[in-house]
Write a protein that binds this ligand. Structure first.
Ligand code: ZN
Length: 319
């Protein structure tokens, strides 16, 4: 049996996922709908139950630790949840310590974007690099940054909130309350909203016809684009421009060797990629123009593997 087993937990507002991870590979995983109503107590009970499902008693004895990734803001220095918009009643909850006491294992708490960045760096599309930016584009936009061969954490571990810099004077309201953030323009939620507007404008075309059967979301734009629908292709073109603009700013800020895109919207990466690169070619300062954007290699396991890998490294440093 490997001596590098750890548990990775991905706590989200809709799904709670737990995996037994061996180095960079998921051995087993289990998931449940997050018990939002149950608050921290209910969710921690779910965590224990899921760990029992995926981890035999023998394996449990060899666990190096547990890494938990969740959306923030979190104070990862103290292991405390500050505010999770999709999880009410978690404000100020000492997640790391409570879970460590319950499981009797070392626990590490990390922002979900940073955990996924770490997973991609160690085992995915960023292997061997010294400088990279990871951006997840799904319901919102988050990420993590590695510079000079180490994870960037910042004050209270809150660095790399890459979705929340302002892209324009006017624009959509962001989930953070501000106006015209990168996330407000380029998230899957924003793409879905533009798709619904397109469906209303043209009821007889692909999205319009689909809207009669199901609520339109970002993934339907990819579906339509793959059949060659002009409106969907135009929406993805526009999405690629927004992503290219945001990525250009991040490339200027952090000077990565590569920018890695993950999250649900990256399913359409092959369709978005030409526009992303043409915006970077056009807008980036000359020496930054050759930075490539690639798709995440670990898919929706980036965060689980990253959280577990962080727990393993942490255990290695403290043992
Ligand atoms: Zn924002």
């Amino acid at each position: 049996m490997s001596q590098k087993l750890a548990i990775g937990i991905d706590l989200g507002g809709t799904q709670l996922r737990v995996a037994l991870v061996d180095g960079g590979a998921v051995v087993r995983r289990a998931a449940a709908r997050t018990d939002v109503e149950g608050g921290p107590g209910g969710v921690l009970h779910q965590v224990e139950k899921l760990i029992t499902e995926i981890c035999a008693e023998e394996e449990r004895k060899t666990l190096l630790g547990v890494g938990i990734s969740c959306p923030g803001p979190l104070d990862t220095e103290t292991g405390t949840v500050l505010h999770i918009p999709t999880l009410p009643r978690w404000e100020g909850f000492p997640l790391r310590q409570t879970l460590a006491d319950k499981l009797r294992l070392p626990v590490l708490l990390e922002n979900d974007g940073i955990a996924a960045a770490f997973g991609e760096w160690r085992f995915g599309a960023g292997r061997g690099l010294q400088h990279l930016v990871y951006v997840t584009v799904s319901t919102g936009i988050g990420g993590g940054v590695i510079v000079d061969g180490r994870l960037l954490h910042g004050r209270r571990g809150m660095a790399a909130h890459v979705g929340h810099f302002r892209m324009a004077q006017d624009g959509p309201t962001c989930t953070c309350g501000a106006t015209a953030c990168f996330e407000a323009f380029a998230s899957g939620t924003a793409l879905g909203r533009r798709a619904r507007e397109a469906a209303e404008r043209s009821p007889s075309e692909f999205l319009g016809r689909l809207a009669a059967e199901t609520p339109i979301e970002a993934r339907h734009v990819e579906e339509g684009a793959r059949t060659g629908d002009a409106a969907c292709l135009a929406l993805l073109h526009e999405e690629g421009v927004f992503l290219g603009q945001g990525f250009t700013g991040l490339i200027h800020l952090y000077s990565p060797e590569r920018l890695i895109m993950g999250g649900g919207v990256s399913q359409a990466f092959d369709l978005l990629e030409p526009e992303i690169h043409s915006v970077i070619q056009r807008d980036a300062i000359h020496p930054f123009k050759d930075v490539r954007v690639v798709r995440a290699a670990l898919g929706d396991n980036s965060g689980l593997i990253g959280a577990a890998a962080l727990a393993m490294e942490h255990a290695g440093r403290t043992s």
